[in-house]
Write a protein that binds this ligand. Structure first.
Ligand SMILES: Cc1ncc(COP(=O)(O)O)c(C=O)c1O
Length: 391
């Protein structure tokens, strides 16, 4: 696919007098909002008039729509992706003394959920090319205390789920997908969220499907998990003001649900626009000395939540982008096993070399559906110039 001539026309930021100096953001949420503003205002007004603000009927509508979109039976909307992961672990009755296997190259919330139930995060390294859980390391990490496995679909690319599910199946261990960065990603014909026993999504504003604040969802094909999660998210009350166990207020606001329903209608198109931009970046950046581009797999379609290149000269490249008024990101600069919050787990530096290398080398370039070809060319030419001086 050649992207240059085929980038779909989309609304862009306000032009300034000198486009060469215009800031290029990592993500342009205002451009996205402007494209749907009239519909959004009507939806907000509908919620305001309804007065059903906390988990009203629009929340249920969004749950039905999102479950259908993912190809699962059940969607339990919640207030954040972190809560969705937490509820998934509670549904499995995971508790003190249990272990949950995941990767250190993820956002910290993957580990928070494990800590919240009192269990111990057990890390295994990533595959350095795919940048997700390395299935070859999984079996060795399993102990009689292992109660769940959480592969993370990092940057919009699913983990290599088939071997992970095979091993999990052999040992009878449930798999929870951390799909917080992978709305619509495909793996061997299935959508992220429809592959494991349960999955967690985040609707944090910057996600491919983002709320106008916080939001999340736990999805599953198992009605028992869904029923338990629905109860736990609403103060664990099977009947109003009766509480049989400790619950949470993890409900999704109606305003967020209305916004998410509206954005869901556009999500396939926005994901496709990101895919075109990933192809265009590849055209523009291929062969850049000392720079590794993301690898894509024929059986696993990424949704390009982040477009992450790698380089030993990452900091120099980033400085060059900053000097050219181009925003960039680091996802993530410190892997979880080296975070101070996780120090009691006792992992030493060097233990997970691929995660550590990625955290040193990763550089997220601007990526969003409204990114223009001119903007991408400016990003690319800045990087081309930078590699001349840093190499
Ligand atoms: C991989 C991953 N897991 C979990 C989360 C937590 O989601 P939230 O920020 O909605 O709590 C995020 C969101 O940033 C994430 O990227």
């Amino acid at each position: 696919m050649t992207a240059a001539a085929t980038l779909p026309a989309v609304q862009t930021s306000q032009p300034v007098s000198d486009p060469a100096l215009e800031r290029i953001p990592l993500l342009d949420l205002r451009a996205q909002y402007h494209a749907i503003r009239d519909e959004a205002r009507a939806a907000f007004d509908m919620v305001a008039e309804s007065t059903a603000y906390a988990q009203g009927p629009v929340t249920k509508t969004f749950e039905d729509e999102y479950a259908a979109w993912c190809g699962v039976k059940e969607c339990v909307s919640v207030n954040t992706g972190t809560s969705a992961l937490h509820l998934a672990l509670r549904c499995l009755d995971i508790t003190h003394g249990d272990e949950v296997i995941t990767v250190p190259m993820t956002f910290i919330a993957t580990a928070w959920a494990i800590y919240y139930v009192g269990a111990k995060p057990v890390f295994i390294d990533i595959d350095p090319v795919r940048r997700t859980m390395d299935p070859a390391q999984l079996e060795r990490a399993i102990t009689p205390r292992t109660k769940a496995i959480i592969p993370v679909h990092l940057y919009g690319q699913t983990a290599d789920m088939a071997p992970i599910l095979d091993i999990a199946d052999t040992y009878g261990i449930p798999v929870i997908e951390d799909a917080c960065q992978a709305h619509g990603a495909m793996y061997q014909g299935r959508k992220a969220g429809a592959i494991g026993d349960m999955a967690a999504f985040s609707f944090y504003p910057g996600k491919n499907l983002g709320a106008l604040g916080e939001g999340g969802a736990m999805v599953t094909n198992n009605p028992k998990y869904a029923e338990r999660a629905r109860m736990l998210r609403n103060h664990a009350q099977p009947e109003r003001y009766f509480h049989d166990e400790v619950g949470y207020n993890y409900r999704m606001d109606s305003l967020q649900a209305a916004m998410l329903s509206l954005k869901l209608k556009h999500l396939d198109r926005w994901n496709l626009a990101r895919a075109f931009r990933a192809v265009r970046y590849k055209e523009l950046l291929e062969g850049l000395p000392g720079v590794t581009l993301p690898t894509h797999y024929p059986d696993a379609q990424s949704v390009h939540h982040c477009y992450v290149i790698e380089s030993d000269f990452r900091d120099d490249l980033r400085a060059a982008l900053t000097a050219a008024n181009i925003d960039s990101g680091l996802h993530y600069p410190v892997p979880l096993h080296l975070q101070r919050a996780c120090r009691l787990l006792g992992y030493a530096k060097g233990r997970f070399p691929h995660s550590e290398a990625l955290s040193r080398r990763c550089l997220s370039l601007p990526m969003f559906a409204e990114l223009t070809d001119d903007q991408m060319e400016r990003v690319a030419s800045t990087l081309h110039q930078a590699v001349q001086t840093v190499g």
